[in-house]
Design a protein around this ligand. Structure first.
Ligand SMILES: [Cu+2]
Length: 159
């Protein structure tokens, strides 16, 4: 027997008791295992910032995946690379010209996903303090209505 197996702790008495108690406990255990798959939290993924020279403006993108039963509202985003990061949306005006305008907040309904992608919603990073170089990782914080935050690490990537 491999030595690692010898080091495994014995199942706790509480777990053993739960297992022998019968169907209710088994259902509880099954629920716990199923919970490992079903997402019950809100997460930020696929965060990326475009490279930039110091003092210039660049864009950031990410996806908010809301696995909770509550609406998640992102009021603002901060990152150490700039003091001014704004949520923007690009849209095409009546003359066919692409224009950006600030978005007050990102609203992510329960069980849904909002993606910031080139040509649509994006994070505008103004006057970046340091150059952003491909391969770097930059932390970002999403400030949610209600006072909690979501944190992520954005990869600096060329488009
Ligand atoms: Cu913009």
């Amino acid at each position: 027997m491999p030595s690692m197996l010898h080091n495994l702790p014995a199942p706790s008495n509480a777990l053993v008791r739960a297992l022998v108690r019968g169907t209710a406990s088994m259902a509880m255990l099954a629920g716990t295992l199923a919970g490992c798959r079903a997402q019950t939290v809100a997460v930020v993924r696929d965060a990326e910032f475009r490279p930039a020279i110091a003092g210039s403006t660049t864009a950031g993108y990410f996806v908010v995946d809301n696995g909770t039963r509550d609406t998640v509202v992102v009021d603002s985003v901060t990152t150490p690379v700039t003091r001014v990061a704004e949520l923007h949306e690009t849209s095409i005006d009546s003359a066919g010209v692409a224009r950006m305008h600030p978005v007050g907040a990102l609203v992510v309904p329960p069980g849904s996903v909002v993606a910031l992608r080139p040509g649509g919603l994006h994070l505008m990073l103004m006057d970046v303090a340091e150059p952003l170089e491909v391969g770097q990782r930059v932390p970002l914080t999403l400030w949610l209505r209600g006072g909690s935050t979501l944190v992520a690490s954005a990869a600096v990537k060329a488009r």
